[in-house]
Design a protein around this ligand. Structure first.
Ligand code: NCD
Length: 296
């Protein structure tokens, strides 16, 4: 029984095969054709204990495009509010008929626990500040479709890296595929890693980057927006013009415009932000096929 809860569980070959599959799903979607219904009869239960727009909706879209069904579950209107534990809720959804769970939870490791308790395949849709592997898959697909390959691409990741599960998956995914990764943030938000470089100076880092990947300040996990942060780290038009001519800007969403990114950059010609969103259903189709063993 497979799960996709951490990038560390994938070899680079497995990751690349997921990227290829997702990219081919994206092509199929764009041409208006239907993909092979590899999830016919499969019931996917989204268990989202934290807010979500893109991730939840794109998992639902992915399931329906592959011929599966989603069970609708929202913790706020479920017995979770009556004190039912995560374990009992997960066992209940499985007993009702969930074949796959997609879990977002504020506790690191919750998706792995759900998988152990229930014995069904689980995809991690974000666990605390730890990992968000399908967002990394989206981002790698977006980069491969833009640049052809990840090897040698220079990526600067900036923002609240310390509290970001997006960074927790994106950094190892990029490193695994041979990108050169720089982390840029106030020193308190810079994790200690020996496979990347770190800096507190945004402008020199932008001059050396093919990709600027911005992260929201995770106020729900301890990050704090200060005037100094906005002044020193916001990617505005002037700073974006320091980047190479073909360089691009990415953000997993939701954006806080006027904090980590200005309107002109968010909506500007270098922005791949909506392209990332467009790759969401395709990446989640590949992820669901991977955990259900139908990835060809
Ligand atoms: C992220 C999340 O929830 O981790 N959103 C997403 O899935 N695209 C990023 C964030 O909330 O900042």
């Amino acid at each position: 029984m497979k799960r996709l809860t951490s990038i560390a569980d994938l070899t680079s070959e497995q990751l690349l095969s997921l990227v290829d599959r997702a990219s081919s799903h994206r092509d199929t979607i764009d041409t208006g054709h239907s993909p092979l219904p590899s999830l016919t009869g499969v019931v996917v239960a989204p268990m989202f204990f934290e807010p979500s727009t893109r991730t939840r909706l794109s998992f639902e879209m992915a399931t329906s495009r592959l011929g599966g069904t989603t069970m609708s579950f929202t913790p706020e209107t479920s017995s979770s509010v009556k004190g039912e534990s995560l374990r009992d809720t997960a066992l209940t959804l499985t007993a009702i008929g969930a074949d796959v769970m997609v879990v977002r939870h504020s506790e690191a490791g919750a998706p792995d626990r759900v998988s152990e308790w229930t014995g069904v395949p689980v995809v991690n849709a974000g666990d605390g500040a730890r990992e968000h592997p399908t967002q990394a898959l989206i981002d790698i697909v977006t980069l491969v479709r833009r640049f052809g390959a990840i090897e040698g691409t220079r990526v600067v990741i900036t923002g609240d890296i310390a509290h970001s599960r997006v960074a927790g998956s994106l950094i190892p995914a990029l490193v695994k595929l041979g990108a050169s990764v720089a982390l840029c943030a106030p020193s308190g938000w810079l994790p200690k890693r020996d496979d990347v470089t770190t800096t507190t100076e945004l402008e020199p880092a932008l001059r050396e980057a093919d990709v600027a990947y911005l992260l929201r300040v995770q106020t729900e996990r301890g990050g704090e927006v200060t005037d100094r942060y906005v002044n020193d780290f916001q990617l505005d038009r002037r700073r974006s013009e320091l980047m190479a001519r073909d360089a691009v800007i990415m953000h997993p969403g939701p954006m806080n415009r006027g904090v980590e990114i200005s309107d002109s950059v968010a909506d500007g010609p270098r922005s791949l932000i909506l392209e990332q969103v467009r790759n969401g259903p395709a990446a989640r189709m590949a992820a669901l096929e991977y955990v259900t063993g139908t990835l060809g």
